[in-house]
Ligand binder design. Sequence first.
Ligand code: ACO
Length: 321
Amino acid sequence: MARIIGTGSYLPKRVMTNKEMEEYVDTTDEWIVARTGIRERHLSDGQENTGDLGYIAALAALENAGVKAEEVDYILVATTTPHSLVPNTSSYIQDKLGASNASCLDLNAACTGFIYGLEVAEGLLKSDHINHILVIGSEVLSKITDFTDRSTCVLFGDGAGAAVLAKGNGIRGIISGADGTKGACLHTRDFPVNNLIEKGSTAPQLIHMDGKEVYKFAVNILPEALKAAVLRGKGDLEELDHIVPHQANIRIIEAASKRLSISMDKFYVNIQNTGNTSSASIAIALDELNRSGKLENGHQLALVGFGGGLTYGAVYLEWNI
Ligand code: ACO
């Protein structure tokens, strides 16, 4: 039994509008808004790295939960763009928070990372000795975005979101999964074996995406994952008060709304201001919803994500903060 007891988020100060994007690639504000719903995204200033964004989001979540850093038993950081490979981003954040009693683990399930993090946290909270877990989604996607590729660079943004989990009634059903056969639809280059010895190359790891294939996967899996999580939690789709989907493309969210016959009013949407922040996206949206005053104890929520892997997952919960 696990529940979310606090949330936080952070978006870097620098805002890049679609108009500004026009200076980098052959695109227009009209195309980006019509095809994706995105109007602007926040980007790191080049100084703030993944752990710095995640730290600020985590601090806000701890304050919201009324939990001290020393009371955190585990820090799980979902990220596709780690602060460094070693130490992991989680340890970096542990140090900044002074959360000296926490174990530290990074996980990567691309845009589904925060959902996978919640699933792992829910399992860990079954242990007697674990009482508080910080689940953080943090990304500086601008580190791996190809700003010469108009089909991907207009989509992504940087940001971080976090949630504190504790034992108690809240999460009712979780599902997750992956289709590794579709890995090539959204990928960076493989880490080369013996690359440095044999080739001397340090080529950057930029994202490549077959947008159409990911789109087809997403419009199908988003409603299916959501239904499966609610079913697992013995809930009813019609009784959901809020749905917090991964913010990848407004058209994907609208298609899910139609397919599920659930009004768009119930879907929390902030993609216009954030773009796709991968692992951070659902966590940021959840924090904004929490702080909007529209979320009340007893409300039923579904969080749902999909992304590189291709991975997917959904959490059905009752808000009990
Ligand atoms: N500006 C102007 N034109 C563009 C741009 C752009 N930024 N990008 C592509 N185009 C052009 C294409 O070249 C193409 O031109 P052509 O017809 O002359 O060949 C035309 O626009 C249509 O391109 P499509 O790829 O068919 O556009 P589509 O409507 O499919 O939208 C998009 C592309 C937005 C990428 C969409 O496919 C999508 O959202 N896919 C899902 C992406 C996603 O959800 N990713 C989530 C996971 S992210 C993660 O895990 C990190």
